[in-house]
Structures are given as C-alpha cells and as structure tokens.
Design a binder for this molecule. Structure first.
Ligand SMILES: Cc1cc2nc3c(=O)[nH]c(=O)nc-3n(C[C@H](O)[C@H](O)[C@H](O)COP(=O)(O)OP(=O)(O)OC[C@H]3O[C@@H](n4cnc5c(N)ncnc54)[C@H](O)[C@@H]3O)c2cc1C
Length: 491
C-alpha cells in the first residue's frame, strides 16, 4: 500500500487526503495549527461564533463531491443553506443594489439605477455562462504537471475564447454604465486577490457562480465544511498530526523520502502533497540547490495577491437592515486599487465587507450580531511586518462604518483583529497573501505554479497557490485533481 504525506490540513489537503484514502492509500496529514481547515478557521469569542476565512460559499457540489466519491451521502455530514438575496451592496451616493440569483429581481433593481444595464442583463448572464462552461471543461479539472500540459490544442483554443487580454472592468463596461453597478461587479476581482482594472475578464465568470448557481452558507458555520471533511477522512483511516509543523525534509534521488519536525522524524513514504502555501513552504523546506526551477530570485519577483485586514466583532444588539453579506463601497474604487497594488498601502477610504452569519443562523451568536468585517489590504512588505498601526486602522474602519450608520463601538461586547501579519504567520501564507499569486498579470493568471514539482519526482502541490487557483471550491478541486493523478501514477 502506498504511503502519502500531506503537509497542511487546508481544504485542498483534506480533499486530497479523502480521495487517496478512499482508494486504499495510507495517508498522514501534518498540520502546524491545532485546528483543521487552514484559513477556514473557527473562532469562538464568548458566545459569538465566527468563521475566519471563507464566508461566501459557492459551488456546493464541489464539496459534496469530495464526500460522495466515497459512497457516503453528503447531507449526513453537512447542510448547505442557499441565500436568496445574498449580498447588499451599499454605495457612497446612498443607493444600494442587492445581488440575487433571482434574474427578474436583478433586472427590476437595475432598471432604477442603470436602465441600459437592465436591458443587457440577460446577455451578460449568457456570456458569463459561456465563460464558466469553458473554464469548467478546460481549466478546473486540469492539473498542470509538465510544460506539455500547457500546449494542448484544446486548452490553447479555450484560452483564446475566455477573453484573456481584456480587463474585468472593461468587460463589465460592455454591459453596464452606472459607476456604482460597475463597482459592485468589479469587486469579483478581489475574490482572486486582484484588481478589476487588471485581472483578465475570464474571471468575470465568478459572477456566474453567484448570480446563476447562487451563494450558500452552511448550517453551524462554513467551518463545518472542514469538520465534515475531517470526519470522513478519519472514517477512511487518515491519520492527523496536529500542532506538527514540517520543518525539514530528506531528499534522495530527486524524491522526498522523509519528513521531520524539530529534529524528530515524522514520516517515511512514497508521495508528498504540499497543501501549505508553496510560495513559502517549498522554498523553506527544499534547499535552493534541489529546486533549480523555483529559485529564490524567481520568488523575489512574485506579485502576491491581496491580503486582508479582518475584525471579528460580537455586538450586544442585532443591527437593523443587515443582510448575511453586506458591502459598503468606497467613493473612488480606482484610487482604492491604486493604493493596494501600485502604492502597496492601505486605502484611506476602503470598501468594507461584512458577513453577519447570525442573520441566517441565529445559533451562531445568540446574544447579538457576529460581524466578520474585512477590508482588502496590500500584501506585507518583504520584512513581514505591517507598515501601519493596526489599532489605528481598526478605529478608522469603525469611524467609517459609523458614518454609514453602523455604530459598532456603541454595541461592542468582544472583538479580535486579525491583520495580514497574523495571516502570514498562522497559515504560512506568503507575505500574508490570501490566494498566493495575484492574477493581475496575464501570465500569472493562467500560469500559476504547476501542481507537480519540476524538481522532485514525488512532490505535488494543492491549494490556493497552484492550479486552478484560490477560493474554497477551487482549492478543494485541486486536492481531488492531484490525488487522482497520484492514483494513476504507475510506480
Ligand atoms: C480572510 C479570508 C477571507 C476569505 N474569503 C473567502 C470566501 O469568502 N470564499 C472563498 O471561497 N474563499 C475565501 N478565502 C480563501 C480561502 O480561504 C482559501 O482559498 C482556502 O481556504 C485555502 O485553502 P488551501 O487548501 O489553499 O489551504 P490553506 O487554508 O492555506 O491551508 C494550508 C495549511 O497548511 C498549514 N501549513 C503551512 N505550512 C505548514 C508546515 N510547514 N507544516 C504543516 N502545516 C503547514 C497551514 O497551517 C494551513 O492550515 C478567504 C481567505 C481569507 C484568509
């Protein structure tokens, strides 16, 4: 029986573990933290339950598939709840637009703010469907292991068809004229850690996921996805080693043969799946001489995706007019992205996203709102430290929210701030980036680091820093894709 080690218990590592264990492989998962799920992390502050990380869940079928491939019924492990009118977008001019899967409702709202956009809405959905279907066929199921994978004629054709050279902002301007509506749609670029003014239009298909397939939450919190995977993996015999940071590997004949932690031997076996952010872990665990195709000089040049400045706030009240997801947009979106990507600094007037999951699931925080407040932040400078005062920025966000009618400080019971430096340290995320590389440069969008090491014959990569990309469904797919490649490997 083949022995596989998985470094990291993020969603990508967990889905790989389940797929391999289901085929009879002996699987050990090593995770440096005490919890399962990586960036999908449970946080309990008094009676307030929070999901750190993914709060907007799309493509539930991907998570279900991980469980169902084992012959189990996904419904027995977790319950997805569809959100009807899922996100309320509030703009600086006082107007708002609620995103919904209900097409008629979308058109009705658009008629009031962007009459041309209302007329174009159905043709936008048609184009988004085309982009999604191409991606589903040509990009999502693929693992990129060698350069020949990039040269397949069908992939080459698909690449020319998904508007790779047009920016997302330009794409949406084909359909909408109102700056507010363009802002709301352009925000989808941040789901891959990028800017709407630079990310390829291909990623506009994220709107397909939300506006056609729909947005979901999970009963008990999105962390229940990781808990469900953990349960299934354990039932299949996967061994979990928590609080165990892999800090050294033994390499023989271009293969990783052993893993170690603090000088102690952990594992000897056949294949290694790295779910830890490869931009950081690969270079730290494998000496430069053993990875000629991924040199320190190359790493220096990488443009990381955006990071996040997060506040978890438990309130003693239930604020009025709050949706499960609310977005309070900045006045000047272009200036915000210019600050984040060009100046590499925090935006003075940032767009503020709030998830209040207790709107849907009161049991998460019986005594009041559980606000997950997120503001995009630039990745950390190379020294790994914020160049700003974290507490001052938190107060600034509260000031901005107060002006928008949300007096957080007046009702605050408990709070915790998670800045980019904590994201970097806790999850081993390269410069605090949420999704590995940014997808701003076209070559980075389509040529992320491949799923198999070019230098070591038994090392594979899964998760947000490799194909098909960041976001909870994508990393889950990468875990299954890579596991299936390992299962087909002959020796
Ligand atoms: C604030 C925030 C908001 C987000 N919002 C959304 C959202 O709304 N929707 C969405 O779909 N996605 C969202 N994401 C992105 C999503 O969380 C990630 O894409 C996904 O969870 C990453 O999974 P992964 O498999 O890449 O692994 P990760 O979650 O990155 O896990 C990797 C694991 O490896 C471990 N590790 C690292 N180094 C070592 C080592 N040397 N030894 C042992 N273990 C190690 C880490 O501790 C970690 O647990 C968000 C992320 C963040 C941070």
């Amino acid at each position: 029986m083949k022995r596989v080690a998985i470094i990291g218990a993020g969603l990508g590592g967990l889905s790989a573990a389940i797929t391999l264990a289901n085929a009879g492989y002996e699987v050990d998962v090593f995770e440096k933290n005490a919890h399962i799920g990586g960036k999908l992390m449970p946080v309990q502050l008094q009676t307030y339950g929070f999901d750190f990380g993914p709060n907007t869940i799309t493509m539930p079928h991907v998570f279900k598939q991980v469980i169902e491939q084992t012959g189990r019924r996904a419904e027995e492990y977790l319950t997805f709840i569809p959100l009807k009118h899922h996100t309320t977008n509030y703009f600086s001019d006082g107007t708002s637009l609620v995103f919904s899967r209900n097409k008629e409702y979308m058109v009705e709202q658009l008629e009031k703010v962007d009459s041309l956009g209302a007329k174009n809405y159905y043709s936008l959905l048609k184009e988004l469907t085309r982009l999604y279907e191409l991606s589903e066929t040509h990009f999502f199921p693929k693992t990129f292991r060698s350069w020949t994978d990039y040269l397949s004629p069908s992939l080459g054709y698909a690449l020319t068809q998904v508007r790779p050279l047009e920016s997302m902002d330009h794409f949406f301007k084909r359909y909408f004229t109102a700056p507010t509506v363009l802002q709301a749609f352009g925000r989808y670029a941040t789901y891959i850690g990028s800017s709407p003014y630079q990310a390829p239009a291909t990623f506009s298909m994220i709107a397909y996921l939300e506006l056609i397939q729909g947005v979901y939450t999970v009963k008990g919190g999105t962390v229940c996805i990781a808990r469900a995977f953990h349960k299934v993996a354990k039932e299949l015999g996967v061994r979990f080693h928590l609080n165990t940071e892999v800090d050294n590997v033994t390499i023989q004949n271009k293969r990783i043969t052993q893993l170690h932690s603090k000088g102690i031997w952990l594992w000897t076996g056949d294949e290694v799946v790295m779910n830890a952010d490869l931009l950081k872990a690969y270079s730290e665990l494998v000496e430069e001489k053993d990875r000629p195709s991924f040199t320190n000089k190359q790493i220096e040049k990488i443009e990381p995706s955006i990071s996040a400045f997060v506040i978890l706030a438990g309130l003693k009240v239930r604020l009025k007019n709050m949706n499960h997801h609310s977005v309070y947009f900045s006045q000047d979106y272009q200036a915000e992205f210019d600050a984040l990507f060009t100046k590499q600094e925090l935006a003075k007037d940032p767009t503020i996203y709030i998830c209040n999951s207790s709107v849907t699931d009161r049991e998460r925080s019986p005594d009041g709102d559980n606000l997950f407040i997120l503001v995009n932040a630039p990745p950390l400078p190379k020294n790994g430290k914020e160049s700003y005062n974290v507490n001052e920025y938190k107060e600034h966000i509260y000031d901005l929210l107060e002006k928008k009618g949300l007096a957080i400080r007046d009702h605050l019971v408990v709070e915790r701030v998670i800045p980019p430096s904590e994201i970097a340290q806790r999850f081993g995320a390269f410069r605090g980036a949420l999704y590995g590389l940014s997808s701003n440069r076209k070559q980075d969008a389509f040529l992320r680091p491949r799923n198999k090491s070019r230098d070591l014959n038994n090392l594979y990569f899964v998760g947000g820093s490799t194909h098909p990309g960041g976001g909870s469904p994508m990393v889950t797919m990468s875990g299954m894709n890579v596991a299936n490649v390992i299962l087909k490997k002959k020796s």
